[in-house]
Write a protein that binds this ligand. Structure first.
Ligand code: 4AD
Ligand code: MG
Length: 460
């Protein structure tokens, strides 16, 4: 008899009613009574479990009753229609084989566990409904992103994870080295990286953008989707030291065109996940954020607002709200500011930021004060997307690099792009975990990435 997946059983139930099937899975619950018992089995292919009834006719009835939650089992039995019950069918077991039992200290029991507790058991937490749902949605969303770009002819570029350049010029990088830390070679009071593996100082990348820009000047529309590393010491619910970023880059495209793609992409992902993960989204809607599905559906139907950074600050100053951090025309938006704006507008693009607080590669606006940058703020996740139109004018770019003390020598190849048939180019970065938080209502980034890396934490 061929093994069958519970997903298939649920999809094609009629085909299997009164037929004998074989499934393999893990016990989520075992309720043994005197003459019969119920096993809830999850085989990993759907969120929900399937009920297996076993009775005294089975020679190992007593042993089955003792199988612990978490054990892996093989079940053979007949599919029985149970139209009057919550589940449309169940399996009446003719054979239950214990594949592997679990030790008594198995942490995942059929009861409510705190997210903190489950974080400490990150190697097991995806066996709970909540995390199972989160990580299936994560997978579906990743696929949706590839579909979105591939269907429009974007070329997927694998940008390097080890790099010699600080793509954001923010200095928040992890150094990659094979130098002996107990005895680093010193020359003139400085570490001599010439003796290091790459004969220069290298880092884990903070962005694939600069390399993506190079590819955009050959393919027009490209995107990256890969791990990104930031050595920010801040412990917040929205920052991870290792996260995944999607970075489309489009030649012959300005800021406006870029925002259009960003909005379409966010909506595409939402729709795809609502369509393909109904069970999971229902779970979040009931147990994580009441009204989540409504909120997302409304986003699909509405157009994202757009305001300038200046308008955003005026808005905040005139709001009558006492913020802990005073909003400033030449300053960044604090978390509480973002929250105020998204409460008011829903998803909102904030454009034209003061040049001082943004990266060196962003195009200077005619006012000489702001750059063609955009952040997309959304309720809950805050900054979901950061992007810009790139400075294509070499003299301007060089001036910005000087002002911001970005080493020109390391980025000679990036500067070449402005000399060799460059074009207008725009792109953005979507923080993948923030998107998953937005889709699921889960508030902590540590709960939407399989094995989170944050300051002072790299367990697993
Ligand atoms: O705004 P950021 O720093 O922009 C860039 O890196 C550009 N190079 C993107 C581009 O134009 N190609 O980062 C982009 C997004 C943020 O909006 C946020 O969603 C996410 O990446 N992000 C983080 N997510 C989790 N943890 C962190 N520490 C993050 N830092 C940024
Ligand atoms: Mg940003």
């Amino acid at each position: 008899m061929k093994m069958i997946l519970v997903r298939e059983l649920k999809k094609e139930t009629n085909k299997y009613i009164d037929k004998k099937v074989k499934i393999a899975g893990w016990v989520r619950n075992n309720r043994a009574q005197k003459e019969f018992g119920f096993l809830s089995i999850n085989d990993g292919t759907t969120l929900s479990t399937i009920q297996v009834v076993y009775d005294q006719e089975l020679t190992n009835f007593k042993e089955i009753g003792k199988i612990n939650v978490g054990a892996s089992v093989l079940i053979e039995g007949v599919v029985i229609a149970t139209p009057t019950r919550k589940q449309a069918f169940e399996i009446k077991a003719s054979k239950v084989t214990l594949f592997a039992d679990v030790d008594e200290d198995y942490p995942i029991q059929p009861k409510r566990h705190s997210r903190e507790f489950l974080r400490e058991n990150a190697h097991l937490r995806m066996r709970t409904n909540l995390f199972n749902a989160v990580f299936r949605v994560r997978s579906v969303a990743a696929h949706a992103i590839h579909k979105f770009f591939q269907d429009q002819g974007f070329v997927y570029v694998h940008t390097p994870l080890i790099t010699a350049s600080d793509g954001e010029g923010a200095g928040e990088m992890f150094t990659v080295t094979t130098l002996p830390l107990e005895k680093v070679p010193i020359e003139n009071g400085k570490v001599n990286y010439k003796e290091d593996f790459f004969a220069r100082q290298t880092h884990l990348t903070v962005t694939g953008q600069l390399q993506a820009e190079a590819y955009a000047q050959a393919f027009r529309d490209v995107y990256t989707f890969g791990p990104t590393f930031r050595a920010e010491k801040s412990q917040t619910q929205r920052h991870a030291s290792e996260f995944w970023m999607i970075e489309p880059e489009m030649a012959f495209c300005d800021l406006k065109g870029m925002m259009k793609v960003a909005e379409e992409m966010v909506k595409y992902i939402i729709k795809d996940v609502l369509d393909n993960c109904p069970e999971e989204m229902e779970l979040f809607n009931s147990f994580v954020e009441k009204g989540l599905k409504d909120r997302l559906t409304k986003v699909l139907e509405s157009k994202f607002k757009m305001i300038t950074h200046e308008e955003a600050i005026s808005n905040l100053l005139n709001s009558g709200v006492k913020f802990e951090t005073k909003p400033q025309y030449n300053g960044d938006l604090a978390r509480e500011h973002e929250k105020y704006l998204t409460d008011k507008y829903g998803p909102v693009f904030v454009i034209n930021w003061p040049k001082e607080i943004k990266a060196f590669y962003m195009r200077l606006n005619d006012d000489n004060k702001t750059v063609a940058a955009v952040d997309l703020l959304v309720p809950g996740s805050g900054e979901l997307i950061g992007g810009s139109q790139r400075e294509e004018r070499l003299p301007y770019l060089l001036k910005r690099m000087e002002e911001m003390k970005v080493p020109k020598e390391d980025l000679w190849w990036y500067l070449d792009l402005r000399r060799f048939g460059g074009s207008t180019s725009s792109g953005f970065g979507l923080g993948f975990e923030r998107m998953i938080m937005y889709l699921t209502g889960v508030e902590n980034i540590r709960d939407v990435i399989p094995f989170p890396r944050t300051p002072r934490n790299a367990e697993f």
